[in-house]
Design a protein around this ligand. Structure first.
Ligand code: SF4
Length: 468
């Protein structure tokens, strides 16, 4: 194992401030940095010695021996469950990184249902009421980024922990119901959950179609509860809190074992020697390098395009010496990029895919000349410069206008970052107009053996509740 680099910002909010010095010996679970504003505690993930502290990271040289024992979180006798989650530095491990101790600090029973926007949500009756006494915990088990497999494996391996995490989250927020949102294709995990939920009447499952982005937070609320939140509303407007599945397990770990958040589950796959299947690694110390993990999976193939940290839609290009953080879910080694030989390219930006910078990065790697940039009309900025948010994640508003703009701008190729439904719509008119379509995920999908995002095979996929 090489040096472990622990970033001081692995969450929404400000970077943490180090509370150790160069030369200090640390153990797994030693507190090494604390929040300076919105943030979450950061701990050493290995036994070793601090060798360097910079503006953005603490570097630890690991000791040769790495016992399993860890330093438990330091909380007073009788600390509340919420305080334990806060002290453990748990954040949204699905990629968002919002501090979980803050998210759970809500009493759903006292939460008023928000005003629902009739224009966005015309199908809601005026007297619409949610089917709960107090509120919902919604567990995001969509594992929506294609090719990732660690959330589903955790359900199969640690279902008890998942259920404990859900029940603690319900207790902390005063929710009376919980719904696990999971894609219908994951039949093994669904059966495991079904069995576990026989004795848990307050928790049920909601099955979702295998389309992207069913795992977007507001898509989970919509699919499970039938409520379309606006781009500025939080799930609390629908008396709910959305928790990623792995995060629920960390909540259970913080409360049952006083375990700090020091490790991450993730999936490594793509152009890896020995096969492109999912290499799932559980409990990887935060700060481990991308290169170490690729090596553990079999090592890099001789030729590849780029290494993506995160999912194919929302991840970014990374390097072998980059460290994983609390929010890293995937490492994908892609196939090589096609060469567009400087041809004119249009890029179509989606709220749930790569931002314009990432799309330009991909166009440059394909040797394309970007002459036109459009965005999906449902992708809006809540305020100037803020990340795009989708009005109705995964429900296409139609893309003909954008295709016409690309044609007008003399594009030969377009690179799209759209959701499944919108990619389908792009394909309905783009090729007929002579536009050659690439999706931003193509090089990753080819590497993992997943179908390309083009034309939906099943256009009428539906969500459903599951009865026991
Ligand atoms: S509707 Fe548009 S912005 Fe929303 S997910 Fe689909 S492509 Fe992205």
């Amino acid at each position: 194992m090489g040096n472990v680099q622990i970033l001081l910002r692995q969450h929404v909010g400000a970077p943490c401030a180090p509370c150790v010095e160069v030369g200090d010996e640390v153990k797994k679970g030693t507190l090494i940095a604390t929040p300076t504003g919105l943030g979450a505690n950061i701990f050493a993930s290995v036994y070793g010695k601090v060798t360097e502290i910079t503006d953005d990271r603490i570097v630890i040289e690991p000791a040769p021996e790495q016992p399993d024992e860890f330093v438990p979180i330091d909380v007073p006798e009788g600390a509340s469950k919420l305080d334990m989650v806060k002290a453990a530095g748990v954040v949204g491990l699905g990629g968002a990184g919002f501090p979980t101790g803050i998210k759970l600090g809500i009493n759903l029973d006292e939460q008023e249902m928000g005003e629902l926007d009739a224009e966005i949500n015309p199908e809601l009756p005026k007297d619409f009421k949610l089917d709960c006494e107090r509120g919902f915990i919604l567990i995001n088990a969509a594992e929506c980024e294609p090719g990732l497999a660690h959330n589903i494996k955790q359900i199969e391996d640690e279902c008890d922990k998942v259920i404990r995490g859900i029940k603690y989250s319900m207790e902390i927020t005063n929710a009376d119901k919980a719904i696990i949102a999971i894609k219908k294709k994951n039949q093994g995990a669904i059966k495991t959950l079904q069995k576990a939920l026989e004795s848990e009447p307050a928790i049920k499952m909601h099955l979702m179609p295998d389309i992207y982005p069913m795992g977007e937070e507001r898509a989970v609320v919509r699919e499970c509860l039938g409520v379309n939140l606006t781009t500025t509303q939080l799930p609390s407007a629908a008396k709910s809190v959305v928790i990623n599945l792995e995060t629920a397990c960390k909540i259970a770990g913080a409360i049952d074992e006083k375990k700090p958040c020091i490790s991450k589950n993730l999936t490594v796959r793509g152009r890896i020697k020995g096969g492109n299947e999912a290499h799932v690694f559980m409990d990887v110390p935060v700060g481990t390098s991308v290169g170490d993990l690729i090596q553990r999976a079999g090592g890099l193939e001789e030729t590849f395009g780029e290494i993506i940290m995160g999912g194919a839609f929302t991840g970014k290009a990374t390097e072998l010496d980059a460290p994983i953080t609390k929010t890293t879910g995937g490492i994908i080694v892609t196939v090589e990029f096609p060469d567009l030989h400087g041809a004119n390219v249009g890029i179509l930006v989606c709220a749930c895919g790569g931002n314009e910078e990432r799309m330009r990065d991909i166009a440059a790697k394909m040797n394309g000349k970007v002459v036109s940039v459009c965005k999906c009309k449902q992708a809006i900025e809540n305020k100037p410069g803020a990340p795009l948010k989708c009005l109705r994640p995964g429900n296409c508003p139609g893309q003909v206008k954008n295709n016409m703009q690309f044609k007008k701008d003399k594009c030969e190729y377009i690179i799209i970052g759209n959701c499944s439904d919108c990619s389908n719509t792009v394909m309905a008119s783009g090729p007929k107009m002579g536009l050659k379509v690439f999706h931003q995920t193509d090089h990753a999908m080819r590497a993992v053996g997943h179908a390309l995002y083009r034309t939906l095979k099943v256009s009428k996929q539906v969500s459903q509740d599951i009865d026991f």
